[in-house]
Design a protein around this ligand. Structure first.
Ligand code: CP
Ligand code: NVA
Length: 305
């Protein structure tokens, strides 16, 4: 049985994650071939966002409309959540109106509490701790571009943030090797790392040197140095992460034909050079497109379960 909610990738088996990725690939193929999907006709999702979003919001909305469903977007600051209405009441109220809730917020405990009280499925569209939908669509992109997932060597260079934590959980379940290079004090969550390592078929390695992580990697991942909610640390982080910029020199250490992945938004000149970003633009925007196909698979799965 797959869990009723999508809060973190570790709640799923490798086979369950792989089935979602495979379904997204089929939906992508069908929609490119002109299929008009209607399986979510008559269904509504509510999207409650406490942080900004371009891709996740737009791709979930496009996915829902693309499957014949409808979307209600709620900016959290315009709801009674901003005036301290309890999460458990919000969850129970919203479950009476919609068939699924897609939530972007700060604490992982927020999505957990909503899920505990909602009768509708809750999908985590980014918290400070995880970005599971993004990493699932990134695994899809990696499979499309590089083939056999379990054979791949994936690198993560930069902050041990929400994306890094979800990549660690994906590695633990899907069996690719993952090497993270993070500065001291900016490591991923230690408990997540320990739990995923205990299940992993191949090594999940944490080190400091970007060059060591990039070495022979098939996929090199980067993300912003200051995530949403860390705006005040931006200057300090610029200093800490200056040696972690991904450029063509670092990519030259990677395996032949290696790809760069970035969940976006990117800050060119910080975590990645403009030249490398533009050289990898096709992959990066395919990666962004795949969010929509992956979200279709997620909505279909969780709303029709
Ligand atoms: N990658 C991603 O989640 O982008 P948004 O913040 O624009 O949704
Ligand atoms: N780590 C980034 C990801 C943005 C999609 C953030 O949380 O802001």
């Amino acid at each position: 049985m797959t869990p009723r909610h999508l809060l973190a990738l570790e709640d799923f088996s490798g086979d369950q994650l792989r089935a979602l990725v495979d379904r997204a690939l089929v939906l992508k193929q069908e929609s490119k071939a002109g299929a008009r999907h209607q399986q979510l006709s008559g269904k509504i999702i509510g999207m409650i966002f406490e942080k900004p979003s371009t891709r996740t919001r737009a791709s979930f909305e496009a996915a829902m409309y693309g499957l014949g469903g409808q979307v209600m977007f709620l900016s959290a600051r315009d709801t009674q959540l901003a005036r301290s209405e309890p999460l458990k009441d919000t969850a129970r109220v919203m479950s009476r109106y919609v068939d699924g809730l897609v939530v972007r917020t700060f604490g992982q405990s927020v999505v957990e509490e909503l899920a505990a009280y909602a009768t509708a499925p809750v999908i985590n569209a980014l918290t400070d701790l995880h970005h599971p939908c993004q990493v699932l669509s990134d695994v899809m992109t990696m499979l499309e571009k590089k083939g056999d997932i379990a054979a791949l060597n994936v690198a993560w260079i930069g902050d041990g943030n929400n994306m890094a934590n979800s990549w660690i959980q994906a590695a633990g379940k899907l069996g690719f090797s993952l090497t993270l290079a993070c500065p001291e004090g900016y490591e991923p969550d230690a408990a997540i790392l320990a739990r995923s390592r205990a299940q992993a078929a191949r090594p999940i390695t944490l080190l400091r040197e970007p060059a060591q992580a990039a070495q022979k990697a098939d996929v090199v991942n980067v993300d912003v140095w200051a995530s949403m909610g860390q705006e005040e640390e931006r200057e300090e982080r610029s200093g800490v992460f200056s040696a972690y910029q991904l450029d063509e020199k670092l990519m030259a250490l990677a395996a032949p034909g290696a790809i760069v992945m970035h969940c976006l938004p990117a800050h060119c000149g910080e975590e990645i050079t403009e030249a490398l970003f533009e050289a990898q633009a096709e992959t990066l925007f395919d990666q962004a497109e795949n969010k929509m196909h992956m979200h279709k698979a997620l909505l279909e799965h969780f709303l029709l379960a």
